[in-house]
Design a protein around this ligand. Sequence first.
Ligand code: ZN
Length: 413
Amino acid sequence: MSDSENQKGMSKYELKRLLNELEDIRGRNTELVSLYIPSGYDMSKISDFVTSEQSEAENIKSKHTRTNVQDALGKIGRKVKEEQVTPENGVAFFAGNVSDTEGRPEIKIWEVHPPRPIESRHYRCDKEFVLQPLKDMIVDDRVYGLIVCDKNEAAIGYLQGNSVKTAYTLDSNVPGKTRAGGQSAQRFARLRKQMLKSFLQEIAGKAKNAFLDKAREDKLLGIVVGGPGFVKDKLLDDDYLSSELEEKVVTRESLGHSGEGALKELVQKAEESLQDSEAVREKQEVNRFLENLKEENGKSEYGVQQVQKAMDMGAVDTVLISEDTELYQAEYICPNGHEASVWEDEPDIEDEIECGECGESMELEDISHVVDALGETAEDMGSELEIISTNHEEGQRLENMGGVAAVLRYRIR
Ligand SMILES: [Zn+2]
């Protein structure tokens, strides 16, 4: 890891790939060690803790497991001693035996400087690594808005990744159909109608609070509305929602229940539509690129080198990378400080190349996958990055064009 990465932590995309790697590792026994340290922790205390855990491990009965745990802790202990102070966002260590051959262990260690702060100290020795705190850091912050309502109650929430969160719950005062004594049927019906109207206005108001900012930040993927009965239909058909929100509605579903408990039911019912709408969004992104290309307006680039050049200029609005793209960036440096980067389609890359400027031999500094390499630039330059699936025709067209494309903010040539 380079010094600059040590300072600011790895990018979200790098972390995502590392998590994929760590997630696949399984211990034969509870021998995989995970240690999370938040920023500001006294590293010498952590060092003492690791040493005491190492002697605690003497009690492990199985000899293989005992040695593996102690070796893993030993590696972590040495790394901890190297860190004088905890990095800005804290640090996480993962260590353990990755060998499949029993009796011939290979202890590997990973030191992770995450893109966001580690919240709390955590230590565990298990059959798998503890990865949730890191996974929480790469959660997509785009959401679907959820509205469930009937005439008695309503709930407004979000679907983010796979988790459903409640934003508001509302109760209506709309009376049931049995009428109070003494009132004329007409007056009672009018009262009911008015109360329903104000309840629908209240729902629309809360929906606005919950979703409008997200919509304006382009982080609202869609709105899903559901509930038993006619109230959900009234909400949509009688234009209670503001037009900015109304155009985000992707589906409405009939449900058995209403209220907070029905938010999950709504998500289950709408799953197919949500997947479709994800594909629709991906297709729109690819089509935006293709249209620009057809119009020859200079606002599309494709091919990893062209895209990277446009990104470095800050000209890229959205980078599109096909999910199947296997491309690696190798970065070289020569003794005179000249730098070069080369794209290869396999991770097997030359260790040395000749410097184009001074003829000295350049050494390989770093290799990164296209998603990491462009993801980092995207973060620095404020470009969006979309991974496009190849399950639809537009995705396959992107793949056929080399898998890397960009929609530009302005033309550059
Ligand atoms: Zn040189």
